[in-house]
Design a protein around this ligand. Structure first.
Ligand code: C2E
Ligand code: MG
Ligand code: MG
Ligand code: MG
Length: 252
C-alpha cells in the first residue's frame, strides 16, 4: 500500500513519475529476500566530544550491501511504506547492539523510524534485544527524527526512556517542534542538522544550545566538514560533533 500519495485532485499521466513508481515497486519486491540474505548491514560514524576530540560513541547507519543499491533515505522510505521496516528495524537494532556490546564504554546510537514508534510491543522488543545482546541500556541511544508524527507517540517515548535508553531528537531544526513541546518529552539529546547549522546565525544558535542545556539535553552538531566548523560549534556550546571532518561512516 502506497499510503502517502499526493492527492491534489485529478492526475495527468506522467511518464517520468510512472517510471519512478515502477522502480519503487521493484525495490519493494526485492527487499524481503535481500533482508533474508543478510544484505542490510551497518556502518558506524564517530560521535566526538568537541572539548577534547574524544570519540564517545558511534551512530549506526544502514547500508544495502549490493552494487548500485540505493542509500538509506530511499530504502528506509520504501520499507516504511511496505511494512518491512518492522523486521528490518529490529534486525538492524540487534546488529547494532551486538556490535555495541563488543565496544566497551562507547555509546551506540541507532535510528528509529517514526513508523517503528507505532509498532505494538516496541518497548518490550527493545528490552528483549538489550537482554539478549548484553548491551547495558545506558549505552544505547535511539535517534528519532523531529516530525509531528514521531512526537505523537508520547507514551512510547516515555516507555523507551523508562528502560534507561537515551533518546536523541534527530535533525533538530528541520522540523516544527517548539522548545515548549520538547520540554515535555524525555529527550536526552538534540542533534542539530547540518543544513540548519549553516543557515542559522551564530547568536541564535548560541541561545538554542543554551535552551537545550536548560531542558537537560546535550547537543550534537551534525555535518561538521571542516576544522573551523568544529571550533565554532564548540565555542557556541555544542557538546558533541559528527561529520566527515571528524570521521566518515565505516564498517565496524
Ligand atoms: P541521519 O540519521 O541524520 O544520519 C546522518 C547522515 O548524514 C548520514 O547519511 C551520514 O552519512 C551523513 N553525514 C555524516 N557526516 C556528514 C557530513 O559531514 N556532511 C554531510 N553532507 N553528510 C554527513 P546516510 O548514512 O546516508 O543516512 C541518511 C539518513 O537515513 C539518516 O540521517 C537517517 O535518517 C536514515 N537512516 C540511516 N540509517 C537508518 C536506520 O538504520 N534506520 C532508520 N530508520 N533510518 C536510517
Ligand atoms: Mg541519525
Ligand atoms: Mg534522521
Ligand atoms: Mg541526523
Amino acid at each position: 500500500r502506497w499510503a502517502d500519495h499526493d492527492r491534489r485532485g485529478p492526475e495527468l499521466y506522467d511518464p517520468g513519475r510512472a517510471a519512478d513508481e515502477r522502480r519503487r515497486h521493484r525495490l519493494a519486491a526485492e527487499m524481503p529476500a535481500a533482508l533474508e540474505r543478510g544484505e542490510f548491514t551497518l556502518h558506524y560514524q564517530p560521535l566526538v566530544r568537541l572539548a577534547d576530540g574524544e570519540t564517545i560513541g558511534v551512530e549506526a547507519l544502514a547500508r544495502w550491501q549490493r552494487p548500485g543499491a540505493p542509500g538509506p533515505l530511499r530504502f528506509i522510505r520504501v520499507a516504511e511504506r511496505t511494512g518491512l521496516i518492522h523486521r528490518l528495524g529490529r534486525t538492524l537494532l540487534e546488529q547494532a547492539c551486538r556490535q555495541g556490546a563488543a565496544w566497551p564504554d562507547r555509546l551506540i546510537s541507532v535510528n528509529l523510524s517514526p513508523v517503528q514508534l507505532g509498532e505494538p510491543g516496541l518497548v518490550a522488543a527493545v528490552a528483549d534485544i538489550l537482554h539478549r545482546t548484553g548491551l547495558p541500556a545506558g549505552r544505547l541511544q535511539l535517534e528519532i527524527t523531529e516530525s509531528a508524527e514521531s512526537l505523537r507517540y508520547r507514551s512510547v517515548l516515555a516507555g523507551l526512556g523508562g528502560l534507561g535508553v537515551r533518546l536523541a531528537l534527530d535533525d533538530f531544526g528541520t522540523g516544527w517542534s517548539s522548545l515548549a513541546v520538547l520540554s515535555t518529552l524525555p529527550f536526552t539529546e538534540a542533534k542539530l542538522a547540518g543544513e540548519f547549522l549553516l543557515s542559522t546565525p551564530d547568536a541564535v544558535l548560541r541561545h538554542l544550545v543554551e535552551a537545550c542545556h536548560a531542558l537537560g539535553m546535550t547537543v550534537t552538531a551534525e555535518g561538521i566538514e571542516t576544522a573551523e566548523q568544529a571550533t565554532t560549534l564548540r565555542d557556541l556550546g555544542c557538546d558533541h560533533g559528527q561529520g566527515y571532518h571528524l570521521g566518515r561512516p565505516a564498517p565496524a
